[in-house]
Structure formats: structure tokens, C-alpha cells
Design a protein around this ligand. Structure first.
Ligand SMILES: CCCCC/C=C\C/C=C\C/C=C\C/C=C\C/C=C/C(=O)SCCNC(=O)CCNC(=O)[C@H](O)C(C)(C)COP(=O)(O)OP(=O)(O)OC[C@H]1O[C@@H](n2cnc3c(N)ncnc32)[C@H](O)[C@@H]1OP(=O)(O)O
Ligand SMILES: Cc1cc2nc3c(=O)[nH]c(=O)nc-3n(C[C@H](O)[C@H](O)[C@H](O)COP(=O)(O)OP(=O)(O)OC[C@H]3O[C@@H](n4cnc5c(N)ncnc54)[C@H](O)[C@@H]3O)c2cc1C
Length: 560
């Protein structure tokens, strides 16, 4: 994030100076924004950067305990520099949060520079690999940096100390977070596909119950409950891959537009990156845990690869923006869009469907049979009607409050659900668009169409309350969707293993004895057990000190 921050907020001159050093690892940088007292609320950060015109320097200072930088990855032990976000103060006025390049450690002996206090914030959730990341704590005691280490693409401070705001939206200060959020969506797909690959392969070799006349027991992958839990996750892995590809296109397109000072799609980029990051990471975190459960007891072994994958993945729901905070950003933009509908301003991009408000507010879903749910037009319209009606309902309820902000606060739980509905519509839409493309490979398109329908109908089934409450569907149509879902599971079943093999993960990358490509799980589990350090001795440490006296004492007592 150190590099994207300098690229996005540094002048050409600053990029020329600092980026080559970073690329060549002559310096190691981190992104020091979050503090002990503030993470979500960026405008609430307390670290100060006060301009001293006498020396043409900024004085970086941590005025309170809560202003200590806290969490930045790489900060505790590795980084020599940081992009530090601090309140810019010049001529006695606070101009809010800006980015500054600050050296933290000596390039000679890596010791912290004068006025800099540095450390690691300690162990984190589980024994996961995230403990290899030195998330750090950083405090400044009046550390001086040259004025030209303020990132000055978006705003400047002159030699005399005058603050100058460039003619660019101040939100570009948040650009690094937008960049990482869009990459996190693709990352969600990777993490989810790893968990699903393990669970599908294991479910194919695991047999429990169902033996007829001494014949083989039943593969658990054949149980309808296993399929109804697992196949939506398989479909989600593909869904998030495709929406992540599209989001990367959107991000690239917005970045190119920014180069020519076209800010027309900045809001769309913010809403989509924030919303898709929130929805895909929440779903993926829950799905990895579900995959653990789908593997029964062996899923709880570290050798299954699932506990570590879960421990390392779940902070994705928090870093780069707490998912609720990000969804409320989406909700704000939805409310703004709804309020503009009456002005005749046509919504664009992923909000364009809201322009069909007259139709969607009264449309009746035309589904009459389970097969009708295989028609993408019916799926698309049902998801559009649900999302729009939820947003309009929220807007109407907010409108009844004494003031907009109070109304927004009161209705924030409903707004959260409306934001999720809007984002799920985007995911379904992009999946439908993907399977409409020419897709090479015999039978591949049909399989992806099945998965697209599984993702859409499973999501509809899971959120059926929204569809019924908004009148977007009737209970009968909801039941038909569930009926079709069952038929789809039967179609996915024969190809389930092929669909996870298609992720093309090596056994090494997967890191799971349950997910081995050859399915030879039991010998591998048994062999792995003996690697446990506990098995280095047959009689366990502590026997003589603790177990033996206990056993002997009890034996004596039993003979009295
Ligand atoms: C580096 C890796 C690159 C490659 C990665 C490869 C693979 C990825 C794999 C894994 C992930 C990689 C790394 C992850 C691991 C750890 C890194 C973690 C890093 C961090 O966590 S960094 C810190 C993250 N912190 C946050 O996200 C803070 C969240 N809070 C905010 O963003 C803001 O405080 C807020 C919630 C948006 C509020 O903003 P604020 O200005 O106070 O008020 P508002 O009124 O709500 O907004 C004003 C206005 O601005 C618009 N807006 C807000 N944000 C943006 C934005 N980002 N872009 C554009 N516009 C924005 C908002 O809509 C309002 O507009 P109006 O028109 O209504 O005025
Ligand atoms: C593994 C990891 C790596 C990280 N790496 C970095 C890094 O490299 N650089 C960096 O700067 N930061 C980093 N962070 C910090 C991270 O960005 C913040 O933790 C994150 O933005 C959440 O902010 P917070 O901790 O203040 O949560 P809070 O906002 O305090 O969240 C607490 C609760 O309050 C709720 N809440 C907060 N505001 C509102 C609101 N307005 N309305 C409704 N509910 C609200 C949230 O939904 C949540 O339930 C990292 C964090 C983790 C866990």
C-alpha cells in the first residue's frame, strides 16, 4: 500500500524519487493510517503534521495515546519508511488528513530514528500465518521531515506555509484503499475456491452410512444436504471470480479517466469496490468455516488446511474498511441516487436499473414453473425489483424522519440490507453477462450456466424474505425457485470434482491432506499424525511428574 499511496497521492517528482527506492527494496514502506483510537473514521485521526516556516519542515507528532499508529502491516519490525496519515496544520489552521512520507528506521542499522517509538502489537487470532505479519505500533515525538515529503499531488503547502487545494476531488486521498479493496474481491474468490476445492474433493472420497448388503457406504457428496450446503459455495467462488475480473476492469477504467481529470465514475468506483469488498469477504469468511464443517472432524485438523485458511482470511472483513461501514457508504450513495430519480437525472453504471423505477416498482414476476427460473431475464428482473424496492422503502422511511441524518441513522440496519441487495444484484448481473459470452471448452458454458443459476437461486432462497416483503415474488414463485435449485444440484453433482480441479491448485498450494488431488486421504492423514511433536516420545512429558502420582494415588485409594 506504500507504493499505491505514493503513486496516487505523490507528484511526478515525488514518484520519481521514492518509487525506484521502494521497487528495489532500498527502502521498505508501510501504510500508516489507522490509530489506536480511530480506524474507520479517517477524518478522526489525531496524529499531527504541523508546518514550521522557520525551517521549511513538518513536525510529525502523536499528541495522545489514541493517536498512536496501530495495525499497519510491516510497521512493527520490517519497515524503514511509512506513508503516515496526519492532520495537516499550517498558519494555525487544521486542514484535515493528508499523507506524509516519514523515515522510521536508520538505513544503516535499522534502529528507530530519534523521536520514533516502534513495536509489534502482539499475537493475533488463532495460530494463523497472520502472526508472521508484524502489524505495528508507532508513536512520534516531534519528528521533523522536509516539506517536500508531504504527498502533494492533491494539495500543497507553499514555502510560506500557504495551503493550496488542487482542483481534484479530496476523496482521491482515499484512492489507495479503493485500489486494495478491488484486489481483495479477487482475493476472496481465491480463498473461497481453495476452501471449496478441499471440501468437494474430500466429500467425494468420504463415505458414511448407506451400505446395502455389505456394499460400499454412500459418498457424502451424494447427500442432498451436503450438496445444498456446498454447491452454493462452489458457485460463489466462480461468481466472485467473474465479478472480481469486472471490478478490475472498472478500476482500471476509472484510473484512466482520472488521468484526464474525468471524475464522473469516482462514485461508482467507490460504491462498487466498497460494496463488493464487504459482500464477498463476509460470504467467503462464512464459507471457509462452512467448508470446515462439511469435512466433519478431520476439517478441524490443521493438516486439513482449513483452520489456517480461516484464521488468515477472516480479518478481510475488517481491514481495508469494516464491512458494515463500507456497506453504509453504499447505502448513502443509493439514497442519493433515489433522491435524484424525481429530478429526471438518469442513474448510470451499476445504478442504471434504478432508472426503471416506474416499471420495477409495480412489475410482477412472470415465473410460473420451476424451469422458468432458468431464464436469466426473470432472475435479473427479480433481483432488480428487490434491490430497488428496498432502497425506495428506506428513502421513504428516512423522508418521514425529522432530519435526513437522523433518519439515516435510525434506518441504518434496513439500509445495510438494501446495500447488500444492490451488491448481490451486481454479482448476479456480472455472472449472467459472463455466461452470455463465448466460452471455449466442450460443455464448459453449460456448467457455468448451472453455477450461475445456483448462485442466483440460492441467494434468492436465502434472502426470500426481502423478495416477499417487497412483493417482488409470491411465495409460490419462491417455492418454485427452491424446487429448481434442487434440480440444479443434481446437474452439478457429476461435475463437482471437475469444477474444483479446474482451479488447478497444486497440492502444495492447497496445503491440505483432505484436498489431495489423488484423493488418497486416509494414509496421508495417518502419516501426518506422526509428524506431531507430541509423538516424538511414546511416554508423554509430564507422565512421571503428574500422571504417575495421580494414577498410583488413585490405585492406592481404590484398594482401601
Ligand atoms: C497492497 C496490496 C495490493 C495488491 C493486493 C493483492 C491482493 C489482495 C490480497 C489481500 C489484501 C491485501 C492487503 C490486505 C491486508 C492488510 C492491509 C490492510 C490495510 C488497511 O486496513 S488500510 C486502512 C483501511 N481503512 C479504511 O478502509 C478506513 C475506512 N473509512 C473510510 O474509508 C472513510 O472514513 C469513510 C468511511 C469513507 C468516511 O469518509 P469521510 O470522508 O469521513 O465521510 P463521508 O461523508 O462518508 O465521505 C465524504 C464523501 O467522500 C466519498 N468517498 C468516501 N470514500 C471514498 C472513496 N474511497 N473514493 C471515492 N469517494 C469516497 C463519499 O461517498 C462522500 O461523497 P459525497 O458525494 O456524499 O460527499
Ligand atoms: C489484519 C489487519 C491488518 C491491517 N492492516 C492495516 C494497515 O496496513 N494499515 C492501516 O492503516 N490499517 C490497517 N488495519 C486497520 C484496519 O484498517 C481497521 O481495523 C479497519 O479499518 C476497521 O476500523 P476500526 O478498527 O476502527 O473498527 P471500528 O470502526 O472501531 O469498528 C468497531 C465496530 O463499530 C462499527 N462501526 C464503526 N463506525 C460505524 C458507523 N458509522 N455506523 C455503524 N457502525 C459503525 C463497526 O461496524 C464495527 O462493528 C489492519 C487491520 C487488521 C485486522
Amino acid at each position: 500500500m506504500f507504493v499505491p499511496a505514493i503513486k496516487g497521492q505523490g507528484t511526478e517528482e515525488q514518484q520519481k524519487k521514492w518509487l525506484p527506492l521502494a521497487y528495489k527494496f532500498q527502502i521498505i514502506g508501510c501504510y500508516a493510517q489507522t490509530e489506536l483510537g480511530h480506524g474507520s473514521n479517517v477524518q478522526g485521526l489525531e496524529t499531527t503534521a504541523t508546518f514550521d516556516p522557520m525551517t521549511d519542515e513538518f513536525v510529525i507528532h502523536s499528541p495522545t495515546l489514541t493517536s498512536s499508529k496501530w495495525w499497519p502491516g510491516g510497521l512493527g519490525k520490517a519497515s524503514t519508511h511509512a506513508v503516515v496519515y496526519a492532520r495537516l496544520i499550517t498558519e494555525g489552521k487544521d486542514y484535515g488528513i493528508h499523507g506524509f512520507i516519514v523515515q522510521l528506521r536508520s538505513l544503516e542499522d535499522h534502529s528507530p530514528l530519534p523521536g520514533v517509538t516502534l513495536g509489534d502489537i502482539g499475537g493475533k487470532f488463532g495460530s494463523g500465518a497472520y502472526n508472521s505479519m508484524d502489524n505495528g505500533v508507532l508513536r512520534f515525538d516531534h519528528v521533523r521531515i522536509p516539506r517536500d515529503q508531504m504527498l502533494m499531488r492533491l494539495s500543497q503547502v507553499t514555502r510560506e506555509g500557504k495551503y493550496v487545494q488542487s482542483d481534484v476531488p479530496k476523496q482521491l486521498l482515499y484512492g489507495t484503499m479503493v485500489y486494495v479493496r478491488q484486489s481483495i474481491v479477487a482475493d476472496a474468490s481465491k480463498a473461497l475456491s481453495r476452501a471449496v476445492c478441499i471440501a468437494v474433493r474430500y466429500s467425494a472420497i468420504r463415505k458414511q452410512f448407506g451400505s446395502q448388503d455389505g456394499g460400499p457406504e454412500t459418498q457424502v457428496l451424494n447427500y442432498r444436504t451436503q450438496q445444498s450446503r456446498l454447491f452454493p459455495l462452489l458457485a460463489s467462488a466462480y461468481a466472485f471470480r467473474f465479478v472480481g475480473d469486472w471490478l478490475n476492469w472498472l478500476y482500471t477504467d476509472v484510473t484512466q479517466k482520472l488521468e484526464v481529470k474525468d471524475y464522473s465514475t469516482l462514485q461508482e468506483a467507490h460504491a462498487c469496490t466498497a460494496g463488493l469488498k464487504a459482500v464477498t469477504t463476509s460470504a467467503t469468511a462464512d464459507a471457509i468455516e462452512e467448508c470446515r464443517k462439511l469435512c466433519g472432524g478431520h476439517g478441524y485438523l490443521n493438516s486439513s488446511g482449513l483452520p489456517e485458511l480461516f484464521a488468515v482470511y477472516v480479518p478481510a472483513c475488517t481491514y481495508e474498511g469494516d464491512n458494515v461501514v463500507l456497506l453504509l457508504q453504499v447505502a448513502r450513495i443509493l439514497m442519493k441516487t433515489v433522491s435524484q430519480l424525481t429530478s429526471g437525472k438518469q442513474p448510470v453504471g451499476t445504478m442504471a436499473y434504478m432508472g426503471k423505477v416506474q416499471h420495477l416498482m409495480q412489475s410482477k414476476c412472470a415465473v410460473k414453473t420451476a424451469e422458468d427460473w432458468l431464464n436469466p431475464a426473470f432472475i435479473q428482473e427479480a433481483f432488480e425489483a428487490r434491490a430497488l424496492r428496498m432502497a425506495v422503502n428506506c428513502a421513504q422511511n428516512i423522508g418521514q424522519a425529522s432530519n435526513q441524518e437522523e433518519g439515516f441513522y435510525e434506518r441504518s440496519p434496513d439500509l445495510l440490507e438494501a446495500a447488500v441487495a444492490h451488491i448481490q444484484l451486481i454479482i448476479v448481473t456480472k455472472f449472467i453477462e459472463k455466461v452470455h459470452q463465448d466460452i471455449p471448452g466442450h460443455g464448459v458454458k453449460e456448467q457455468l450456466q448451472n453455477l450461475c443459476n445456483v448462485y442466483a437461486l440460492y441467494t434468492l432462497h436465502k434472502h426470500l424474505g426481502d423478495f416477499l416483503a417487497t412483493g417482488s415474488l409470491t411465495p409460490k414463485q419462491g417455492a418454485l425457485a427452491n424446487e429448481q435449485l434442487g434440480k440444479l444440484y443434481a446437474q452439478v453433482r457429476p461435475n463437482a470434482v471437475a469444477l474444483v480441479d479446474a482451479f488447478n491448485y497444486t497440492d502444495h498450494y492447497l496445503g491440505s491432506v483432505l484436498g489431495r488431488y489423488d484423493g488418497n486421504v486416509y494414509p496421508a492423514l495417518y502419516e501426518e499424525a506422526w509428524k506431531d511433536p507430541l509423538n516424538e516420545t511414546v511416554v508423554p512429558e509430564g507422565y512421571h511428574e503428574y500422571l504417575r502420582p495421580l494414577l498410583k494415588q488413585q490405585l492406592k485409594l481404590s484398594r482401601l
